[in-house]
Design a protein around this ligand. Structure first.
Ligand SMILES: NC(=O)c1ccc[n+]([C@@H]2O[C@H](COP(=O)([O-])OP(=O)(O)OC[C@H]3O[C@@H](n4cnc5c(N)ncnc54)[C@H](OP(=O)(O)O)[C@@H]3O)[C@@H](O)[C@H]2O)c1
Length: 343
């Protein structure tokens, strides 16, 4: 590991954090804090982190009903606003889970997230996955729900119409997708009344998804990048022997040494400078502070950006095996890699 010098922790002025203007005209901070504690970080710990991160200058928080901690985060948000941060200066994202894709469930799920988060509107609401398939929390990747289905565009559009309805009802300011592919996105763009403002997707130096990234940016859909550091804390069940470690890549380490920073911060700088919105998760104060600070100073050079563009390993960590709908299926079937939506 690089012997780098950590920064002194002092609140960062949120006005120095660049914003991304979305196709709706709203602008969103170019970095947010992830809130998925998986099965090892308690809801309380994540909520404490959200509150402290806001005091250090974070304004954007990536939540989801399935993370099981929106109630605790709601208390944190209430405290944050009591301390003087205005609602309009926060950017709160939530997501509808796969078992709530029926139109009336989408509305009910959004209202539940609003109530848990103690808010009267969300800045961004996402369809978490394009499949209505669920799994028990913490289950093995080979588990399948018996009623799992492939992507059915007609059904997805029913979900999307309810998402559009949420905008009309004033409960949500922006809607978006997550874990979409180009073929699925093309179908949605044909039929949507409201074009997604963002697509949340896995993005890190070893999984750059250039084709999808370019497709989205050409359509003015902002890519939000999850696992921006390569998700070093993901559970064992989400690891395969072929998985790589972006923060150990010699190119990332060399650039980290040149900037005297941790390799994780090279991943964050690269993400923001490339034009995606990273949402790193951290409950370690020095780390979540450094992640925010990193994007306000000492940018990577063009040559360094180019070097990182060449280390893509097409290594997807969140493969989604639990959402497959047939026995003996390969996880690649979820991702339309040959340009065709698997049935
Ligand atoms: N839409 C989706 O389907 C989807 C899927 C997956 C994730 N997400 C979202 O994306 C967020 C981030 O994904 P993720 O948590 O899997 O991956 P990640 O942000 O790449 O990695 C988080 C891990 O990195 C460590 N870390 C963070 N900053 C660091 C730093 N500066 N130096 C060293 N280590 C650092 C954290 O440990 P410490 O706590 O010790 O800092 C934590 O273990 C999630 O929380 C969630 O909000 C969305």
């Amino acid at each position: 590991m690089v012997g780098y010098k950590a920064k002194a922790i002092e609140a960062i002025n949120p006005a120095t954090v660049p914003e991304r203007i979305l196709n709706s005209g709203h602008s969103m901070p170019c970095i947010g804090l992830g809130t998925f504690g998986s099965d090892h970080i308690t809801p309380q710990k994540v909520a404490e982190t959200v509150e402290d991160a806001a005091m250090l200058g974070y304004r954007s928080f990536d939540c989801a009903s399935v993370y099981g901690n929106e109630k605790e985060i709601g208390f944190a948000l209430s405290n944050i606003m009591e301390k003087g941060i205005k609602r309009e200066d926060l950017w709160i994202t939530s997501k509808v889970w796969n078992d709530m894709h029926d139109p009336e469930d989408v509305i009910a799920s959004c209202k539940k997230s609003l109530s848990d988060l103690q808010l009267d509107y969300l800045d961004l609401y996402l369809v978490h996955w394009p499949f209505p398939n669920t799994h028990a929390p913490g289950c093995d990747v080979s588990s399948r729900a018996n009623d799992s289905k492939p992507y059915i565009h007609e059904n997805y559009m029913k979900t999307w119409r309810a998402m559009e309805q949420l905008v009309k009802l004033g409960l949500v300011r922006n809607i978006g997708t997550s874990n979409m592919t180009i073929p699925k996105m093309k179908l949605l763009l044909n039929d949507a009344n409201i074009i997604p403002a963002v697509n949340e997707m896995e993005l890190h130096p070893h999984f750059q998804q250039k084709e999808l990234f370019d497709f989205l940016t050409a359509k003015n859909i902002a890519p939000i990048g999850f696992c921006p550091i390569g998700s070093p804390g993901r559970p064992e069940r989400d690891r395969t022997p072929d998985d790589t470690v972006p923060t150990e890549d010699p190119v990332i380490v060399r650039i980290a040494v040149a900037h005297n920073i941790h390799p994780a911060l090279v991943c964050i700088k690269w993400a923001v400078q490339r034009g995606q919105i990273p949402i790193p998760f951290s409950t370690t104060r020095r780390n979540y502070f450094s992640n925010l600070k990193a994007i306000t100073e000492d940018p990577l050079t063009d040559a360094e950006m180019k070097m990182i563009s060449r280390i893509d390993k097409n290594c997807r960590f969140i493969k989604g095996q639990v959402f497959l709908w047939k026995e003996e299926q390969d996880w690649q079937d979820l991702w339309d890699e040959d340009g065709i939506i698997a049935e």
